[in-house]
Design a protein around this ligand. Structure first.
Ligand code: GDR
Length: 351
């Protein structure tokens, strides 16, 4: 079989990195779309712990561009003629979307239709399969747990509202123009290369820094929020499986377990050797060092969101039945891997 070609937008992000590693390891030629930034360093792929694609760097091609630029997308897709496109480019931060709603809509909503329109215009509907990065934020305030493909969407942020458009325009292009486009409705997925802008890595980095005496306090927002946290390595495997199906579809990927932000902090600090005891409640809540009583975690109400998504919990049984997908890495192993990585990095034995 001829070598398969994939185009990955958002190639420098956490998921773009894990997915590129997976695709290269499977023998794909991978084309990555990245935005130009004068200060951008090395591709995160080259620093990925446990990388499987060593020796296949020659099959990776990077292209500058942006899903905001329709002409660029058309030229690039025409040149690459990919078998598979993974649209991972996004303004991915929910809180930031409240401050940048128009930009978030431009990238997360209109970016999707620019890409789909490029594939359609180029007459590649019969050739190119597309993965659209949809999200559990579509469920937002839905009052049904666990959430599955049939749960009504009720987004609660400019991020979620923009992703809702992305979801439906993908379905529309499938039904109207016959594109093989699938939505992955992914619940939160983390890893040692997650940005600190997200609560998981913010916690593990801080727990490690506090444990080695380089920092004193971690400030968090809502400790009660509950999420279904999995590992990004498992989730990119699910993305790939969606595009190996004869027909397109929409699939939830989740672990089926939820934990609070407090649970995450509790476990991370325990693994870092500084177990916490919790005192107070709401904005006065504190996580104190069980041994010394020092305050290690404090609540900062400025980190509360204008509208919060209180609880997300997914049911991935459809992905289990149709894709043979199941998460392998559970919550304790995820948190352990992240804390161990951050402790090792701080001790100078960086991975
Ligand atoms: P989320 O992830 O919004 O679920 O979106 P994030 O880790 O940012 O927040 C999870 C929950 O933690 C609460 N929280 C804090 N969050 C951050 N970032 N920083 C804090 O200090 C903090 N304290 C408490 C939040 O209020 C929230 O309830 C992620 C993104 O990757 C999206 O792109 C993706 O679509 C979804 O996951 C699935």
């Amino acid at each position: 079989m001829a070598q398969r070609r994939a185009l990955v937008t958002g190639v420098t992000g956490q998921d773009g990195t894990y997915l590129t590693d997976l695709l290269l390891a499977k023998g794909y030629e991978v084309h990555g779309l990245r935005r130009y930034a004068a200060s951008a360093g090395d591709l995160p792929l080259f620093r990925l712990p446990g990388r499987r694609s060593v020796g296949r760097e020659g099959a990776l091609h990077l292209h500058y561009g942006d899903v905001g630029d329709a002409a660029r997308l058309i030229r690039l897709i025409e040149a690459v003629r990919p078998d598979e496109i993974y649209n991972l480019a996004a303004q991915s931060h929910v809180q930031v979307s409240f401050d940048t709603p128009v930009h978030t809509g431009d990238v997360n909503a209109l970016g999707v239709v620019r890409l789909l329109e490029a594939v359609r215009t180029l007459g590649l509907a019969g050739r190119t399969r597309i993965y659209q990065a949809s999200t559990s934020e579509l469920f937002g305030a839905a009052a049904e747990w666990p959430q599955r493909e049939s749960t009504p969407f009720r987004p609660r942020s400019p991020y979620g509202a923009a992703k809702l458009y992305g979801y439906w325009i993908a379905v529309t292009y499938r039904e109207a123009h016959g594109l093989h486009v699938s939505n992955g409705i992914l619940f939160n997925h983390e890893s040692p290369i997650r940005s600190e802008a997200f609560v998981s890595r913010k916690i593990t980095r801080a727990a490690a820094a506090i444990a080695v005496g380089r920092r004193q306090v971690l400030r968090l927002g809502n400790l009660e929020a509950r999420r279904d946290w999995g590992h990004a390595r498992d989730y990119v495997e699910g993305m790939w499986r969606m595009l190996q199906q004869e027909g397109p579809g929409d699939y939830v990927l989740a672990t089926g377990e939820d934990h609070s932000v407090r649970d995450f902090a509790d476990l991370a600090f325990r693994l870092a050797g500084r177990p916490l005891v919790w005192r107070g409640g709401g904005a006065a809540e504190e996580g104190r060092c069980a041994a010394t009583g020092e305050v290690l975690v404090a609540v900062d109400p400025r980190l509360y969101r204008p509208a919060e998504v209180n609880r997300l919990l997914g049911d991935a049984s459809m992905a289990g039945e149709r894709l043979g997908w199941r998460h392998r890495i559970g919550f304790p192993d995820l948190v352990r891997e992240m804390v161990e990585h951050d402790m090792a990095a701080l001790r100078g034995s960086a991975v």
